[in-house]
Design a protein around this ligand. Sequence first.
Ligand code: ZN
Length: 1010
Amino acid sequence: MNVNQHTPMASPYGQPQPGYGQPTYAPLDGGYPAPYAPYNGPASAYQPGASATRPPDLRTPHPVSAPQPYNQYSPVRWDMQNGPPPMTQAPPSVTAPAVSQPYNQGAMNLSGPHPYPQHYGPPPTMQQVTNQMTGMQIGSGPPTPAGPGYGKYVLSPPSQPPFSSAQMPPTSMAQANHLPPGPQAPQVLQPPRSPGPLQQPPPQPGMPAGYPHSAFGQVRGPQPGYAGPTPVNPTTGPQLDPDAIPSPIQVIEDDKAKCNEPFTTGVRGQAPPLVTTNFQVKDQGNASPRFIRCTAYNMPCTADMAKQSQVPLAAVIKPLATLPPDETPPYLVDHGETGPIRCNRCKAYMCPYMQFIEGGRRFQCGFCSCVTEVPPHYFQHLDHTGKRVDCYDRPELSLGSYEFLATVDYCKNNKLPQPPAFIFLIDVSYNAVKSGMVSIVCQELKTLLDYLPRENPDMDSVVRVGFVTYNKVLHFYNVKGSLAQPQMLVVSDVSDMFVPLLDGFLVNVNDSRLVIESLLDQIPEMFADTRETETVFGPVIQAGLEALKAADCAGKLFVFHTSLPIAEAPGKLKNREDKKLIGTDKEKSLFQPQASFYNSLAKDCVAQGCCVDLFLFPNQYVDVATLGVVPVSTGGSVYKYTYFQAQSDQERFLNDLRRDIQKPVGFDAVMRVRTSTGIRATDFFGSFFMSNTTDVELAGLDCDKAITVEFKHDDKLSEETGALMQCAVLYTSCSGQRRLRIHNMAVNCCSQLADLYRNCETDTIINFFSKYAFRGILNNPTKAVRDTLVNQCAQILACYRKNCASPSSAGQLILPECMKLLPVYLNCVLKSDVLLPGADVSLDDRAYLRQLISCMDVAETHVFFYPRLLPLTKLESGSLPVAVRDSEERLSKGGVYLLETGLHLFLWVGASAQQELLLNIFGTQSFSQIDPATTSLPVLENPFSQRLREIIESFRAQRSRYMKLMVVKQEDRAELIFRHFLVEDKSASGGASYVDFLCHMHKEIRQLLS
Ligand SMILES: [Zn+2]
């Protein structure tokens, strides 16, 4: 039998296939293209459709409340700008301690020669760690039993007495940096006597006395932000020099400097460059880090070891991630009418981990070891190394990621799927109309309908569309192409929702273009004078779901909604916002849905492949925790535009909407993660639904959604075979084709803890911890959740200290090189609005963030928890300025800074910013003339202005949500919002500063070790 006849590879392997190219909407590295010409068409007068029924009710208008100002923050202190710590490579250099520090005592640096643990790119250079301590002593740890390969941070707390130690001369520090192999006593000074638990800092201005939240695990009195006994007091005690503790910026820059070659995925257990580094990926048999990132690339062999280390074993998977233009998207493989070749026992799909034996007649599964016959049409001879001779001609034998064409066996009811449909459901109640939302949506849709997702940019989208408007009743529209005008059908009995028309509701845009345009012109006018303030919500989703059911297809609902649905209907809600519950054991109930109605509705939606995207425009509490249940369970998204004003928020909303409608998306998806014997996927985090313990069901799955998967041992793993995982996502493409996307990943396994600690990725661990914690608050008090996080991290670091670092004084804090940022990042999670809200953060905001973060990838959680802060003194084309640490102390009054969180974008202008800078950016020399209300920078003909606007656009293009620019002038009230993101500082809600938190962690670790 001719193999080729049965394995029709659509195109020669090695070239991208037509139809699987990059999506046309947003290059990763460029600005967001604006494909829409401004529309200025005339709005036609409303002509009632043939069966239009009754006019909207007249009701009292709903008052629109004013935005609440941000609450007070603690006082500001502006210091000199400190640049990032030196980012020198080998040979190790030494920085003298800052003599200006008030509590400067004996101090020295460590820059131990540690080979870089992640061997990508060129041969590793000497890892250099520069610690500069004041008020804390650094000892250079002697080489550890585990040998080279991991660096350490060695911190020891301030010595006793606090002010007496002599400063180490730089020369001796330099000697300490070149320790010969072999045991050597670290240079340590004695810690100072603890001030004791009774010593408390004065109450912080702007914060209620006795503030109940502690950023730390245990209640230790009313101090905001730091625990009692830790001998670091920001106002009275000796203080750690922030430059002396591990710097995120230095780690990020070091990683960038090391990465000057593409990352190839061929070697098992290689940790990729950090998410903050730009790099190209070459798939050589494992999935790209753009699809899968792991917390550990060297997993412990046994459950005992894993338990001992407490390092979470997890992978963050983004199955449909968009790749940059210079990387090949996954190939589509067709194994013919019998479908993809799989292991007979565990059903794993053909992949590079299958071992062909017996001359190629059978293959042994890498996951379960079962031997399966090779079907005759798939047979191929083996070469002398036992490899199939066609190995490199077949993506499924040589690549980490690819797709299979699924057969009818993989379809619901054994029937090939219909193309999906998009249904737009627009709230036309008083607030929706008044805010301008209704007319903006309708106006935009006229253009946007030409940009529905398609696989081939040269062909029309096959996605059908339908329209509904609603307040407390629903209006369906017949937009059949043969009609002269759209027809409206009103359903006022919302208790048992049905779709009053089948023919003419879901249509092809091209067939019905004129009728649709007419409808979209008429909707804003029809409801212009509405007085109806009440809305329903449950029946709206039910209507969309019923329409998809009737059309027998999957699809997406776009719901544009403004208010708490208080009208009598299924899923009716009441206002239950109760700030008194915050911080109590009952707080968790506020994150749970108030009605079980939405859980069962979500289940029905998932069964139909009905994904729901919700755009909220609230002026008050709308109960995001409940309204978000269906979107979150169906792989959808929630967008929130609080106090929406057409003028200032339109740009953000429209960019979000455009991206949301156009982005690559799959429907009716099921994801299964298979693993090799010894380990299995036990827990999942993200926007999906699960009706059993293994299948992640996603009514919709778009290119921005990530799923975090936790693994647990169920047996012993072997160092020889490593641990394998295969993520298979079965989905319907936007053209209606049923497919399987496969991502394979192999990591190493170790019997030495030191190997685990050498191959971890802190950014991914933080992604896991944040999702774990943000789900935890559904069932636990937030304080208990914070305690658990602190405790687990302390255990991770204590285990390292105990088992991997050589014996040294208990006064030293020793951090593994790969995890030296764990404390600073963990602190950012602990003091996030979700876990430690300020008084100004609404319950809806917290519920919204909680849901949003649950499906973020590692890059997004990284910048969300540790924002990017760029000084804008000098801008060069082709490169970005080196970021500075997120602290007030890094800001100079004379400077201008750009801060990005993935959701927010600030331009902070120092009060004495150089006139030239202001002229270049704003076209004015005067600080006072800068308008803080501006959301876009003037287009000025100078290279600085041009480059800055380029940078802003490139940041926006990298993120899945549009970031509105906010100009913040130093000492303006808006600065309080900005300072919230300076996450190394103490926060107004009681969150600890990085320095204080590090001391606290140190104490926790010492307690565990003693
Ligand atoms: Zn198997």
